[in-house]
Design a binder for this molecule. Structure first.
Ligand SMILES: Nc1ncnc2c1ncn2[C@@H]1O[C@H](COP(=O)(O)OP(=O)(O)OP(=O)(O)O)[C@@H](O)[C@H]1O
Ligand SMILES: [Mg+2]
Length: 241
């Protein structure tokens, strides 16, 4: 792990009414590191991304980014700070083109510094031939790529991805894994929520396993799948393998 974490989270709590979707989550993540977030449906993975990205305000705990407390800033401000995310169900501007969607993100979400090279970004995600197409005409795998392009257009230092691999075929999965590793090699910190264990194995440096809003394991994926509580939590789940 990096000696100076980019993201530090301690005792994070998020309540919906009386229900604790996050019940004291703590971890840290350094530049160039890929942390997987695993857990059964409803365990709080997306909520974790929603709180870190500023979509939801936490009800307790602390978050620090690049050494500074993350206060109550909203998602667009977090994007300018260098935090962006993809969505489990992407919602692009349907009637705008792929290129326009990415240009909008680059324009509104970018911090100071050089602007993203949008043609190169689209090409790197195999979206160049789709650039003039309306977002609503893309299939779901292509919409996930567009959502990733939108997030990357803001040049994040911390990227949070929520089930990006769902629906990709094996060749697309391998390409996506390589893309995420390349982003990490460039110094980006990544939090990767995913159910597919093979994909996690190829992408992550370590994983956190969540259950009912709490962390039940942190370490190597190979150790996670042998950990008794992790095995117990996943038995009976649709996503055991
Ligand atoms: N906006 C919300 N209002 C009320 N409850 C919510 C809200 N968002 C999430 N929850 C609840 O919080 C819990 C955690 O949800 P979350 O979406 O974080 O799970 P998840 O681990 O991402 O699950 P999945 O693998 O199905 O995507 C669930 O019980 C969910 O119903
Ligand atoms: Mg989710």
């Amino acid at each position: 792990m990096s000696p100076e974490p980019l993201l530090e989270i301690a005792g994070l709590v998020k309540r919906f009414g009386g229900f604790r979707a996050l019940d004291g989550v703590s971890f840290s993540l350094g530049p160039g590191e890929v942390l997987g977030l695993v857990g059964p449906n409803g365990s709080g993975k997306t909520t974790c991304i929603n709180v870190i990205s500023g979509l939801y305000a936490p009800d307790g705990g602390e978050m620090r980014f690049a050494g500074r407390p993350l206060g109550g800033n909203a998602m667009h401000r977090r994007a300018r700070l260098g935090i962006n995310r993809t969505f489990q169900s992407p919602r692009p501007f349907a009637s705008l083109s792929v290129r326009q969607n990415v240009e909008l993100a680059a324009f509104y979400g970018h911090a100071e510094g050089p602007r993203a090279d949008i043609p190169a970004l689209l090409a790197s995600l195999d979206l160049d031939s789709l650039a003039p197409r309306r977002a609503e005409d893309l299939n779901s795998a292509q919409q996930k790529l567009l959502d990733l392009a939108r997030a990357l257009a803001t040049a994040p230092r911390l990227l949070l991805v929520d089930e990006l691999a769902a629906g990709l075929n094996p060749a697309e999965l391998a390409r996506m894994a390589e893309r995420l590793r390349a982003l990490a090699r460039g110094g980006m910190a990544l939090l990767v929520v995913e159910h597919l264990l093979g994909f996690l194995e190829s992408v992550t440096d370590r994983v956190i396993v969540m259950n009912a809003g709490r962390e039940i394991f942190e370490g190597d994926l190979s150790a996670a799948v042998r950990h008794p509580e992790v095995v117990r939590v996943f038995l009976g789940s649709d996503h055991a393998g």
